[in-house]
Design a protein around this ligand. Structure first.
Ligand SMILES: NC(=O)c1ccc[n+]([C@@H]2O[C@H](COP(=O)([O-])OP(=O)(O)OC[C@H]3O[C@@H](n4cnc5c(N)ncnc54)[C@H](OP(=O)(O)O)[C@@H]3O)[C@@H](O)[C@H]2O)c1
Length: 322
């Protein structure tokens, strides 16, 4: 019987051997090879936020694995696929199990040239960072126009954002609460490091214009400060709430400098956007950066890693393997 981390309520999650018949009745059965621990997974596992919204449920937002069978006829047995988002690991049974049952439209074929481990070192974090980079590019932000700020740079989304922006030719400023990780962030492609404390004070309506654009994972005062310091016609891709869900900002930068907020939602990202982003990730990801960002752990350790991730004791990406 496959092992799964089953939550019967938000505080009652245990590894057990489950009969296959207990898994959801969806067309694709997948043997899960790897997963990852995202910020959202850590919130779910610790019960610090109501991420798990239907019980019983298996958490785990990201997975890669091999198709065992597909009643819909979309995939052949043996094909390798990635699943992220679509409320998998929140409402639908997720990745922290030896098998998963999923809808075919939730799956993306593993791009050629990307290994299963690399796919999970990327996962929702890398995918979200890529959506943010593409949103800035679509808005019209170009390399050579000025520095681009990334907040939460030692984290999963932030680290990928630093590396992907640098790869695309942007000058990247990495904001972090851990300035001691400066060498790590410079290796990923940052040309300057900013102490997060500079972004944590009470935001002014308009600050000195410092950055052409930004990718923010923090929300709260940090995002409000970033918005107040963007250059005229700048934009910030808003991805997260690691500091706060609030946005205590003034409209002044929006109406006096034409600054824009670009919202990034990876969970319900349509298929076509997913294919485009994963193809570019497979092409643009620096494999050495991926290796530097990644920490491999067995699946069974995932609950012990959740609090350290939320308490900022981990950096980069936690990849889980059997
Ligand atoms: N929009 C989407 O579709 C989407 C997708 C993925 C993730 N997210 C969200 O994006 C955020 C980051 O996710 P992740 O997986 O990258 O998490 P992560 O790996 O834990 O990284 C978060 C980083 O944010 C910084 N941080 C943590 N707590 C903070 C605080 N209280 N105040 C300010 N900065 C703080 C830390 O970086 P430093 O120490 O370097 O400052 C930390 O490494 C989360 O809120 C997550 O829910 C959204």
């Amino acid at each position: 019987m496959p092992k799964a981390l089953l939550f019967k309520s938000k505080d009652d999650g245990h590894w057990s051997d489950l009969p296959e018949g207990d898994f959801p009745d969806e067309p694709v059965t997948l043997r899960v090879s790897h997963s990852a621990l995202n910020y959202k997974d850590a919130l779910a596992l610790t019960g610090r936020s109501p991420i798990l919204r239907k019980f019983p449920v298996v958490p785990g937002v990201d997975m890669v694995g091999t198709v065992l069978s597909d009643r819909s006829g979309t995939f052949l047995p043996g094909e390798k696929v990635i699943a992220t988002g679509w409320s998998i690991g929140e409402v639908h049974w997720g990745a922290f199990a030896e098998i998963a049952r999923l809808k075919p439209e939730w799956l993306v074929r593993l791009p050629e040239g990307l290994s299963e481990v690399e796919a999970m070192a990327t996962g929702t974090a890398g995918f979200t960072a890529m959506l943010a980079v593409q949103a800035l590019e679509a808005f019209g932000i170009r390399p050579g126009e000025g520095p681009v700020l990334v907040t939460g740079a030692t984290g999963g989304v932030g680290g990928h954002a630093v590396a992907l922006l640098a790869k695309a030719g942007f000058e990247v400023v990495a904001a972090t609460g851990r300035p001691a990780e400066g060498d790590y962030l410079r290796d990923l492609g940052a040309s300057a490091i900013l102490d997060r404390a500079e972004l944590e004070g009470d935001p002014r309506p308009l600050g000195k214009e410092r950055w052409r654009a930004a990718i923010d994972v923090a929300g709260g005062k940090i995002l409000a400060n970033v918005v107040s310091m963007l250059q005229r016609r700048g934009a910030v891709a808003v991805t997260g709430l690691a500091q706060s869900m609030d946005l205590p900002a003034s409209v002044a930068p929006l109406i006096l400098r034409g600054v824009s907020l670009l919202g990034i939602d990876s969970v319900m990202s349509p298929q076509v956007e997913r294919f485009r982003a994963w193809e570019r990730l497979a092409r643009d990801l620096d494999r050495e950066h991926l290796a530097a960002m990644m920490h491999l752990h067995p699946f069974e350790d995932v609950q012990d890693l959740a609090s350290p991730l939320l308490d900022q004791q981990l950096k980069g990406r936690v990849v889980l393997h059997w």
